[in-house]
Design a protein around this ligand. Sequence first.
Ligand code: MG
Length: 250
Amino acid sequence: MSVHKKSREEIKLMREAGNIVALVHQEMKRIIEPGLSTKDLDEAAFRIIKEHKAVPTFLGYNGFPASICASLNGEVVHGIPSEKTILKEGDIISIDVGATYRGLVGDGAWTYPVGEISDECKMLLETTEKSLFAGIEKMRDGALLEDVSGAIEDVAKSKNLGIVRQYGGHGVGRNMHEEPFVFNYRVGNSFVLKDGYTIAIEPMLNLGGDDVHTLEDDWTVVTNDGKPSAHFEHTVHVTDGEPEILTKLL
Ligand code: MG
């Protein structure tokens, strides 16, 4: 497996890319409310990414038609924004954003409540966010990638949540998807993390079972049982000290 360690200059640009992703999320948090369409959210994201002289990484990626993925309730990931998808009170909406700044990518996702949501959806969001940060905490020079996966799995299992098996985190940098792949559960992986690696950690947890499938649009991934799913993601820089989250405001 070839994993590319980033130079100081590349890390600097990834902080810029990550800042733009964080600005988009700041705006999502501000504007999401009942009555808005996911197309409205996509347009807001596109505008912010362009204003900051970056490129929406997802737009055109394997033919994807938008700047964000917007996945509603039982949709897990890769939902296509649409003017027909209108947010309503009690929904949860997962927004995944990529921005490429001077050739380097930032990738980050967050699941937002629309108005007041059920207690079980609150628990799903809180637990998935907690599992992300439990994984990030393990991202240290010399640590096993397996420990990141295990930390996510343990948080998910503590609340009996389903863990999406077919998708996971990934190296990120000059490309959106680089090695290594990061499972969100233990697989017996002996891969060792090193200073200079940049990896997107992205647990996808379900209120119901683990199983998911892709709809006929060839993009939207949904839970088999139709129960809600949440997705939280940060791009993280492994250092010789504390892990550095790159998808945050500068
Ligand atoms: Mg990702």
